[in-house]
Design a protein around this ligand. Structure first.
Ligand SMILES: Nc1ncnc2c1ncn2[C@@H]1O[C@H](COP(=O)(O)OP(=O)(O)OP(=O)(O)O)[C@@H](O)[C@H]1O
Length: 257
């Protein structure tokens, strides 16, 4: 069975890209077939996995706007089992270009459904906004992972995100679920991190993953080498925790069957 998961939070810098790349690489290293879709015009997932944007022939923009078949936008990464549909800055125009089109919210869904059966997991790295690209992602997805940074104002803006999820459930995708809430960039040296964990667990209860991603310098270095943590430093704490998260994601799915 194949699952489409949108990794989303309109708050910037909370670990969406880091999670997309490293969860994708971890799932692939556990033998799953994974498609990583970069729908953020910043294209950080694309460069973070080592794809040179200048070499990209077709990107997610072409899939959404020019009706390019998603297979024709796929690029193999340096990790066996991990395929990607990249994003380039061209995608910034899609927000405006999609506005006047018919069925603009379902374009990604229609495209990904053509290739869904080729993969066990399709992960979509969303932009830090609740615009049309995020709406397309939520409409295409079976579920969402919400990364929350263990910092001040961690829960700020979450009610807006949850409201958007509810609106998408009501009007566009009745099956959309919250897959899980992921605490990121935890620093055990501060009380603040512990307070945030308690607060988030009170709010989301069992939806919070047991795996908590700590601050780890190797995780922040890996993208500048165009690598996931699994290849950059497989013995690091960062690699260990993203593998744990991947196992949790797989276990939840098996339990839900
Ligand atoms: N666990 C971590 N430990 C150390 N640094 C991290 C960790 N997670 C993310 N970072 C760093 O924090 C910054 C923001 O992370 P990331 O790009 O994943 O967030 P994002 O939510 O995708 O951002 P945006 O909203 O801009 O798309 C990056 O520089 C990243 O390398």
């Amino acid at each position: 069975m194949s699952k489409i998961i949108a990794i989303t939070n309109q708050k910037g810098g909370v670990g969406k890209t880091t999670t997309s790349v490293n969860l994708g690489a971890s799932l692939a290293s556990l033998g799953k077939r994974v498609l990583l879709v970069d729908i953020d015009p910043q294209g950080n997932t694309t460069s973070g996995i080592g794809i040179n944007k200048a070499d990209v022939e077709n990107c997610i923009y072409d899939v959404l706007i020019n009706d390019v078949h998603p297979k024709d936008a796929m690029v193999e990464t340096n990790i066996p089992g991990l395929t990607m549909i990249p994003a380039t800055i061209q995608l910034a125009g899609a927000e405006i270009e999609l506005v006047p089109t018919i069925s603009r919210e379902v374009r990604l869904k229609k495209s990904l459904h053509q290739v869904k059966d080729m993969f066990d997991y399709i992960l979509i790295d969303c932009p830090p906004s609740l615009g049309i690209l995020t709406i397309n992602s939520l409409t295409a997805a079976d579920s969402v992972i919400i990364p929350i940074q263990c910092e001040y104002y961690a829960l700020e803006g979450l009610s807006q995100l949850l409201n958007t999820v509810r609106l998408v459930q009501k009007h566009l995708n009745t099956n959309l679920q919250i897959e899980g809430v992921l605490l990121t960039m935890f620093d055990a040296r501060t009380n603040l991190g512990i307070q945030v964990i308690e607060e988030v667990k009170k709010y989301f209860q069992q939806k919070v993953y047991q795996t908590i991603i700590p601050r780890n310098v190797r995780l922040s270095e890996a993208p500048s080498h165009g690598q996931s943590i699994i290849t950059y430093d497989p013995r690091s704490k960062g690699a260990e925790v993203y593998l744990e998260l991947a196992k949790e994601v797989i276990t939840y799915e098996q339990a839900a069957r």
